[in-house]
Every structure is written in structure tokens, then in C-alpha cells.
Design a protein around this ligand. Sequence first.
Ligand SMILES: Cc1ncc(COP(=O)(O)O)c(C=O)c1O
Length: 375
Amino acid sequence: MVAQRARGVQISGIRKMFEGAPAHAINLGLGEPDFDPPKVVIDALCAAVQNGQNHYGPSAGIPALRAKIASLYRARDPATAIDNVLVTGSGSEGLMATALTIYDPGDEVLVPDPGFVLYAPHARLAGAFPVPYELREDRGFEPDFDQLEASVTPRTRAIVVNSPSNPTGGVFSSSVVDRVVAFAEKHDLTIVSDEVYDEMVYEGTFASFWGRSERVIVVNSFSKRLAMTGWRLGFLLAPATLAPEINKVHYHVMACPSTPAQVAALAGLELGSAATRPMMREFRARRAIVVRELNRIPGMTCVPPAGAFYAFPRFDWPKTPTEVAYALLRRGLITTPGDAFGALGAAHLRISFAASRADLTKGIGILRAYAKEVS
Ligand SMILES: Cc1ncc(COP(=O)(O)O)c(C=O)c1O
């Protein structure tokens, strides 16, 4: 009864942890800001709903929001126009619509390991094969270009990149971005750049792929920047020849994105960096606490994440990440096993610091007590 493509994908390891959690567990597994959207954004949503903006809109998104997004990306490529922009039902939907538009059955797609949980299943759902490329901690979570070169075959179609990264917190420097572009151009690959954490950088500066090549699709989202994960809204930028093709798939999946959420997102973009500033100030402070405390745990080391809101500590206990995560779950702490993000996530946990300082302190206390037992 179930098609092979559905049988070939699983619910992610992150969701499984939530499903097994005891009541009142401390949640350091969250992939979303523990903040509300800015008040202006909430007010704009309420006003839109009350003023009757409750209907279908254009499938590519309302023109005012597309124009605003295009204007922001003109700083990266002055030729960016509204035709390059699609508003999607989320970053996730943008990634899926992109996969269905550009991967043919049998294609190979280079995906980061460790990397966000959707890239490989999306490739499979499109009939393609995910081919992991390594992002090693001892290389600063940057790609090994020799390994990338060795992974290319005549069927390689695209490379997926994610900076700042979930789960590693790694941020690609501008020169790494240029090297990825040169690699993609050499092998005629499309670059799918997931930039949903672009506003969340603590060290170095964010370098977008947009404007560096004609073969780039940037997938982005309002979820993290405006703390509106539950409203489900994202956007993407693509070459003007490709955007209408992705829009066709997107239309067949969801007709159009939420109209009131788009009105609210536009109000959020008008706020500029003020929208994220209070949240980022708090994340930066928590990051310092989390990195310091994790490094004090016997058998654990944590490289400070340069971006996003996850720590990705390594442990040297004789346990798999899943064993550790389930042992912590029984003690009332939700974390995410590192191998949910790929083979190189073995010996890591992902700890989200999108949780209150009180929860972080309690959660790290549970981790410390567990470490004393196993090390
Ligand atoms: C790297 C990355 N990309 C995309 C997404 C999808 O976000 P959304 O579907 O809420 O826009 C997430 C969410 O956790 C993420 O971490």
C-alpha cells in the first residue's frame, strides 16, 4: 500500500526523542528560538486576520514581500529582482520543492555530514542518492575539497551547503564559499545553500552564496529570524530561469503560502536587525555559559559554535550517541544524538541553547551527573 519512496525515509532522530520524553523533561533538543515573534510582527498578523486578509494569494508570494526580499539581497547581487524570489511555506518546503525541481531519479547529491536531517531524505524522495561529504571538527567543520573531488561522478547533480550549520554551528568563511562555488562550476553542479541561520553569527561574518554564481539557489526562512516557526513561512532565491520551475512544484504542493503570515513577515523585515537583536544578545550570553560548562564535564569537549544556536560537544565515553541520549532522557533531559545528523555525528550530542538559562543549568547538571557515572 505504501510507495517505495515513502518506505525509504524515516522520521528524523530529533522527532523520535521528543516522542519518548517523560513529562516535564528539560528540553535542550529544541530547533527553534524560545522567544516570541517581535510585537510588531504579532500585531501585523492579528491586524491582517482581522482586516480580512484570510484568502489565497499568488503562489510565488505577495508582491510587496517578494520586492522587500529582493531589495535586501541586492546588497549581494545588484541584479536581484522580484522574479528571483519565491515565498514558500517554510524553509523545509523550499528545500523539498527545490529537490523535486532539480534532482532527476538516479542523480547524486552531495550532502553535508554532519548535516541537517532533511537533505538526504529529500534527495531520496526525489529518486536521487545522497552522497555525504565530511565536515570534520578538526578542520573547523569546513569541507575537505580533496574528498569532494573524489566524490564527484558523472551523475553528481548538486551540492547542498548549510552555513551557519545545524548541528555543528560551523560558519563558512568567504574564501570557503568561493572554493565551493569554484568546485561547483568546475563540475557543473547546482548549489543549494540553506541559509536559515544567516542572522545568527557570533564569530566571523556570514558569507551568502547569493551573487557569487549563476548556479545558486538560496533557501531561507522566517522561522528562526522572526521566531515564528509555528506560522510556517520561508523564502528562496533562484536564477530567474529556475524560479518559475520551482514555483510550479511549490504550487502543486501548497497552492500558495499563508497570506497573513506574509503580511507579518513583511513587518518583521521592515524592522531590520532590530528584529533579532534582543534574541541574539541572549543567545550569545547563553552560548558562553554552555560552552564553558560543557568543557568542564569529564570526557566532554565543546568547540564554540560560530553560528546558529546549537553546541555540538564531543564525548569520549564508551557509548553511542543514542545510548547517551536515551540515558539522559530517562534522567529527564532531552538532547539530540549526534548521529541523527550523519555518521560523523557519532560521539557527539547536539545541545540547543534556545532554552532558558535555568533549563540550561539544570540540563547541564544532569549531563554532568551522567558523565561521572560513565567516565
Ligand atoms: C538548517 C535548517 N534548515 C532548514 C530548517 C527548516 O526550517 P523551517 O521549515 O521552519 O523554515 C531548519 C529547521 O530546524 C534548519 O535547522
